[in-house]
Design a protein around this ligand. Structure first.
Ligand code: G3H
Ligand code: 13P
Ligand code: ZN
Length: 309
């Protein structure tokens, strides 16, 4: 099956109350781990690359590896630009066969965000590509995402309605308490499900996206730390909350940190247990396997997208 947009998978997710995992990709092993899991679970899946990932892997490699995955598996796969920083990056991805792009205008004020998003929507829709936009600010630090905790801001539901109306974006990322990276909560995890409910009430037909939604799986953190890592006090969104989000109107759940932890934990384990190892296949095979296991767990036990392909 050729690459698809997220249109049909989101329609199904809203009708049948489940979420689709959007997993960040940087290399072949991560792509294979994700699509192998999704195919075994007979689930739709979104592969997303950030501009940092595109700089690292280079666009022809990313698109061709995803093409190869589609030759092997017959499930709906969308290729999405994660956190597109500007119009030019979105255009480059659209021109290179991505089926979905995110324009992240959340760093701008409302009017600038509307104008930039609208510009991307016009170009994307003319090329059969869908657009995710963001309103509200998540805390966290990644390559191209850098928001201090004090500057984080929940999404305003009334503004969300106006934003979607004026931009024509196809899906909306909202801020309800998640954040990027491995340190999401200092105390108890807390998400504002009341804001999500209000947003769904006002824009029931707009698929909602949750960024910063890794669980920061304790077993993976422990694996990293046991084998020489130093990631103290890491904490994410518990599976139960992500499940609640999946059945409460969130259509797309973004996961990067958990895959980074899986890759790193598996590789650290090999090096720690066998310091003489230097064949990349020896450490990348268990890393790929652990990515697959992690993704399968999320699809099957948390997001509920098994057998929704
Ligand atoms: O939300 C950001 C993603 O985790 C991508 O991170 O920009 O470091 O590739 P990155
Ligand atoms: P995590 O850091 O929680 O995995 O979030 C990833 C993300 O939102 C990618 O856009
Ligand atoms: Zn994100």
């Amino acid at each position: 099956m050729p690459l698809v947009t997220t249109k049909e998978m989101f329609e199904k997710s809203m009708k049948e109350h489940f979420a689709i995992g959007a997993f960040n990709v940087n290399n072949m092993e991560i792509i294979q781990g994700i699509v192998d899991a999704a195919a075994k679970e007979n689930s739709p899946v979104i592969l997303q690359a950030s501009s940092g990932a595109i700089k690292y892997a280079r666009i022809p490699y990313l698109t061709k590896m995803v093409e190869a995955a589609l030759e092997e598996h017959d499930i709906p796969v969308a290729l999405h630009l994660d956190h597109g920083p500007d119009f030019e990056t979105c255009k480059m991805c659209i021109d290179n066969g991505f089926t979905s792009v995110m324009i992240d205008g959340s760093k701008y004020d409302f009017e600038e965000n509307v104008a930039l998003t609208k510009q991307v929507v016009d170009y994307a829709h003319a090329h059969g590509v869908v657009v995710e936009a963001e309103l509200g600010k998540l805390a966290g630090i990644e390559d191209d995402v850098n928001v201090a905790e004090g500057d984080a801001m929940y999404t305003d539901p009334e503004q969300a309605r106006e934003f979607v109306e004026r931009t024509g974006c196809d899906s909306l990322a909202i801020a309800i308490g998640t954040s990027h990276g491995a340190y999401k909560f200092k105390g108890e995890a807390k998400l504002r499900f009341d804001i999500l409910a209000k947003i769904k009430e006002l824009i029931p037909n707009t698929p909602i996206v949750l960024h910063g939604a890794s669980t920061v799986i304790p077993e993976l953190v422990e694996m990293c730390n046991t084998y020489g890592g130093d990631i103290p006090g890491a904490k994410g969104v518990p599976d139960e909350m992500l499940h609640e989000a999946s059945v409460s109107g969130v259509s797309k759940i973004n996961v990067d940190t958990d895959l980074r932890l899986a890759m790193t934990g598996a590789i650290r384990k090999v090096f720690n247990e066998d310091p003489s190892a230097f064949d990349p296949r020896k450490y990348l095979t268990p890393a790929r396997d652990l990515v697959e296991e992690t993704v399968a767990h999320k699809i099957r036990d948390v997001f509920g997208s098994s057998n929704k392909a």
